[in-house]
Design a protein around this ligand. Structure first.
Ligand code: ZN
Ligand code: ZN
Length: 250
């Protein structure tokens, strides 16, 4: 299996990352990728860009440095009811190409919640029409019932991310990652394999997840960023205008 687009990356618009949009896109092109999603953190994280960043990001060209640019964000979950740090009005005005919803301990502290609470949280997010992908949800401290919620994600057309960086920043996540991937396989839930790269040295580095998918014989047709065909199909299902321009590469 081969990955043709990294759907989760950060630029130095967030101060914990180190390269520009241009450098990230060029690095993706040099790896043979066809597209890259630029997804800096929503405004409630400590080092997030100002909301103006996102308005201007959406005005960048759809194609730069030889790759398609999916202009997006990693929205932060703010509470157990699945509220995000972009309002629906902001999403409607921005019309991003790719929206990730992720839990981070800075904006939702773990500890007092149950698995049922996180089931409820992810169910609410699955029903949010502006969300495209569920970010690094295998985190140990935010356990939910994978089989039940993978079905909810599938029913709502959400993509579940398998995040290659989790093993570095969320230690102890390997077994949960496998269980989540298996649940997606059983439920027929689409997944994406991403680096969550914070520099050109990490973009597209996803071999650990590809190894896992091979081990569990995960069907390639459920991996939305394993071919242009599935990626464009997914973007179309999510009503993204950029899909029409990408079709010539299918
Ligand atoms: Zn994240
Ligand atoms: Zn991230």
């Amino acid at each position: 299996m081969e990955i043709i687009a990294d759907l989760h990356t950060h630029t130095l618009a967030s101060t914990h990352a180190f390269n520009t949009v241009t450098e990230m896109a060029r690095a993706a092109f040099e790896m043979g990728h066809k597209a890259i999603a630029i997804t800096d953190h929503g405004p409630k994280m400590p080092d997030s860009p100002h909301i103006w960043h996102f308005y201007n990001l959406m005005r960048l060209p759809q194609q730069i440095e030889g790759v398609y640019l999916l202009r997006g964000m990693e929205a932060n979950v703010l509470d157990i009811h699945g509220q995000l740090d972009f309002t629906n009005e902001e999403f409607a005005r921005l019309h991003p190409d790719w929206v990730i919803a992720s839990i981070h301990s800075d904006t939702l502290a773990p500890g007092t919640y149950t698995q049922d609470d996180f089931d409820e949280l992810w169910t609410k997010i699955a029903q949010n029409p502006y969300v495209d992908m569920i970010g690094h949800s295998e985190t140990r401290r935010y356990l939910y019932h994978y089989d039940m919620i993978a079905r909810v994600f599938a029913q709502n057309g959400k993509v579940v991310e398998l995040n290659a960086n989790s093993v570095n920043v969320r230690p102890g996540s390997e077994e949960n990652m496998k269980q989540l991937a298996l649940a997606c396989k059983r439920a027929g839930t689409p997944v994406a394999v991403n680096s969550d790269g914070h520099s050109i040295y990490h973009v597209g580095k996803v071999q650990n997840i590809l190894n896992l998918l091979e081990e569990i014989e995960f069907p390639q047709e459920l991996v939305v960023n394993a071919s242009m065909k599935t990626l464009v199909q997914t973007l179309k299902q999510h009503n993204k205008p950029i899909a029409a321009n990408m079709e010539d590469m299918v």
